[in-house]
Design a protein around this ligand. Structure first.
Ligand code: NAG
Ligand code: NAG
Ligand code: NAG
Ligand code: NAG
Ligand code: NAG
Ligand code: NAG
Ligand code: NAG
Ligand code: NAG
Ligand code: NAG
Ligand code: NAG
Ligand code: NAG
Length: 346
């Protein structure tokens, strides 16, 4: 009698958990993840791995044009928090599928995530050999937005302005909450940066000088980023040999050199992706920033001159710890232009 009661309880529990896991996967397979439609090639590390990844929905992805020389019988799709070795090794299998064929040549298949796995747990999708703890190749997925806005990522904007044939800006304003959200979109290579910002309203000439701009691009691993810049001179960012102060087109933090702990990096990435050769990066800035030195106030009801640029990004090197937009000669070659935009709430 006692035993059968326990049995019944266990049975009920099982039925219950089966029902709820079904409900989970139904919800998870929706198209609501901001990653749905994300595409990228795998970065090869070993075993001649090549291929293209596309996220189909909340619980599956597709791999096409897939080449790989055989590994052990334990090569799996693997999720990890970052590409660093410690994070990779403490990753986890994300599907039940094993890549155990002798060799793959231009293969195409789709893969289901395991029922308990969701895209927001995965920053790096690797093809991982458990036997030799090695990464054969991977894709870095665009990360959650850096703040609470990640839950409500929406790529619908109230306003839109073409800056050129291949570059446009969209924006939303929230005056009460003191922010403007800007989406920059360009049909340009991944190695290009997109810059957009405001000219100092007190200036009538050399409008680049004292401008407050955001520079957005992708790292070499395909991760979107934004940086808060300020322009003190129409040249690349350099440190004066005399007093080590920065001059040029520099990130705000470089001027301040983190000396007095002032919060100067006030631009936040909201979302970014590359799709069909188009880069989209969304970020948020305060309208009235606490940084009065390197950020300009944005007056939502006034015309403000904006400046923008699109060009080749210089990756960090031994002398430069940050990505550097090459603004030299932008005015002529890359249609650096001055526009009047009305940033107004509709
Ligand atoms: C997700 O989007 C795809 C392609 O647009 C569509 O075929 C599919 O029915 C959608 N699934 C759901 C659950 O909305
Ligand atoms: C992805 O790989 C394919 C096939 O190798 C190649 O044609 C394409 O240019 C690659 N795309 C990118 C963005 O590197
Ligand atoms: C790797 O990631 C772990 C955990 O996030 C962290 O503790 C460690 O500092 C990282 N190492 C590097 C080299 O980034
Ligand atoms: C390969 O992996 C699949 C699971 O994806 C498994 O069913 C099959 O038995 C494996 N084949 C070999 C030869 O290990
Ligand atoms: C790879 O397969 C696709 C279709 O699955 C085909 O269109 C393409 O031509 C193939 N590429 C090569 C190099 O065989
Ligand atoms: C992404 O955001 C979701 C929801 O806010 C959170 O549960 C998840 O842990 C986040 N993932 C990462 C890798 O930060
Ligand atoms: C802006 O550019 C897009 C894409 O090139 C085009 O479809 C659209 O008609 C343009 N809009 C205006 C107002 O010029
Ligand atoms: C513009 O000039 C006015 C008057 O001199 C000054 O109060 C204001 O701070 C200046 N604005 C900027 C953004 O420099
Ligand atoms: C500024 O902040 C952004 C977003 O938080 C971050 O990605 C970037 O690395 C920061 N820049 C610097 C130079 O610290
Ligand atoms: C900006 O915020 C400060 C307080 O942080 C306030 O004193 C000032 O009036 C605000 N300026 C505008 C233009 O809203
Ligand atoms: C870095 O700076 C040193 C000294 O100024 C210079 O010799 C070297 O060529 C620079 N390296 C690069 C990659 O610009």
């Amino acid at each position: 009698m006692y035993n059968s009661k326990i049995f019944l309880l266990i049975l009920l529990f099982l039925i219950n958990s089966i029902a709820s896991s079904n409900a989970d996967s139904g919800q998870k397979c929706s198209n609501t993840s901001s990653l749905v439609g994300f595409e990228s090639n795998f970065t090869m590390v070993r075993h001649q791995l090549r291929g293209h990844l596309k996220i189909l929905d909340g619980c599956s992805f597709q791999v096409t044009g897939f080449d790989m020389l055989s590994g052990s019988s334990e090569v799996v799709f693997w999720g990890a928090v970052s590409l660093n070795f410690s994070d990779l090794t403490s990753g986890f299998p994300i599907s039940g599928q094993r890549l155990n064929q002798t060799a793959y040549k231009n293969a195409s298949f789709s893969v289901q995530l395991l029922p308990h796995i969701t895209w927001d747990q995965i920053n790096v999708l690797s093809i991982w050999d458990i036997a030799s703890t090695s990464d054969f190749g991977h894709v870095s997925l665009p990360q959650n937005g850096s703040d609470s806005v990640s839950n409500s990522v929406h790529t619908v904007f109230d306003n839109c302005k073409n800056l050129s044939d291949n570059y446009r800006a969209r924006w939303n304003l929230n005056v009460d909450e003191n922010w403007i959200e800007i989406g920059l979109e360009a049909a340009a290579p991944t190695t290009y940066y997109m810059a957009f910002g405001w000219a100092n309203p007190n200036r009538t000439k050399e409008l680049m000088s004292e401008a407050d701009v955001t520079v957005a691009s992708f790292t070499e691993e395909g991760r979107p980023f934004v940086d808060d810049f300020y322009i003190t001179a129409y040249s690349e960012c350099k440190l004066s040999s005399k007093d080590r102060t920065a001059i040029g087109v520099c990130p705000d933090v470089v001027y301040e050199n983190s000396k007095n702990g002032m919060m100067v990096n006030n631009t936040r990435l909201v979302y970014g992706h590359r799709r069909d050769g188009v880069s989209l990066i969304m970020f948020r800035k305060p309208l009235n920033s606490t940084d009065k030195k390197y950020d300009l106030p944005v007056y939502p009801n006034e015309d403000m001159r904006v400046i923008w640029a699109l060009g080749l990004m210089k990756p960090p090197n031994e002398n430069r710890s940050h990505f550097c937009p090459n603004f030299m000669g932008v005015q002529r070659r890359l249609h650096m232009d001055i526009w009047c935009l009305m940033f107004q709430r509709r």
